[in-house]
Ligand binder design. Structure first.
Ligand SMILES: [Zn+2]
Ligand SMILES: [Zn+2]
Ligand SMILES: [Zn+2]
Length: 241
């Protein structure tokens, strides 16, 4: 962020309004409640460079990681480095592991050029995982969905959380297939079930090209296994596998 440009709440998009279903402050909120950028994963470059974007209907977010940490960071994460609340609404910069449950880091908007660099890094850092999951992307999705279904049926995972995991896995797989060279279209991976997927998770298909996944598919699957067992005890997980 350029120096000498102070970001006041009146210049900043409300995290709750953008990323949660609603902001409890409503009309009294000191931050911006803008609909126009809700579906965007991009930081507005004009806002980012010089805090100069005054367009209320701007399609990009007036928000970045630095500001999220400054104004919306979870108080528990801030003091303990992890959050113990199951349904915490605050911003989380890191993944929390506590008493056998895990919650993910929050989504962060990025600048378009950062996304390009991060896409490359994500692919490089996760190369072996990426290659394996690309070869068998559709198999991975089917297996993960079956496993989640089982966990929900057995009451080990709530239906909501199960759906959230499936959504995240789908997003990550479509993203990886998209940035792969040569890239694969969702149609090639999902084949005849494509229609049901688009009906169930329309947002994923709108966003997978522009919104970076936060972690590779195997990490998500591991989190589900940990969730399922209600423990981060390695022996128990190994028994399970
Ligand atoms: Zn608000
Ligand atoms: Zn803007
Ligand atoms: Zn929290």
């Amino acid at each position: 962020m350029a120096e000498g440009h102070e970001y006041q709440p009146g210049h900043i998009d409300c995290f709750f309004f953008q990323y949660q279903t609603n902001c409890e402050e409503g009309q009294d909120c000191q931050f911006l409640h803008r609909e126009s950028c809700k579906s965007s994963g991009d930081v507005c470059p004009v806002w980012h460079e010089q805090n100069g974007c005054t367009d209320h209907a701007c399609p990009k977010k007036h928000l970045n990681r630095e500001i999220l940490k400054q104004y919306f960071l979870c108080d528990e994460e801030n003091s303990n480095n992890y959050c113990t609340r199951k349904n915490c609404r605050m911003y989380h910069d890191e993944v929390s592991y506590f008493n056998g449950f895990v919650h993910s880091a929050s989504e962060v908007p990025v600048l378009a050029e950062e996304r390009r660099i991060e896409s490359n890094n994500f692919q490089l850092n996760n190369y072996p995982q990426t290659q394996r999951s690309l070869k068998s992307a559709s198999q991975f999705i089917i297996t993960a969905v079956r496993f989640i279904q089982l966990a929900v049926q057995n009451g080990k995972l709530s239906a909501d959380r199960g759906k959230q995991y499936i959504k995240e896995i789908l997003h990550t797989i479509l993203f990886l297939c998209h940035i792969n060279n040569p890239s694969f279209e969702p149609q090639e991976i999902l084949e005849e079930s494509m229609d049901s997927w688009t009906r169930k998770f329309p947002v994923v298909f709108e966003q997978y090209k522009t919104h970076l996944p936060t972690r590779p598919p195997y990490t998500i699957l591991l989190e589900i296994v940990v969730d399922y067992n209600g423990s981060d005890n390695t022996e128990k997980i190994l028994d399970f596998l």
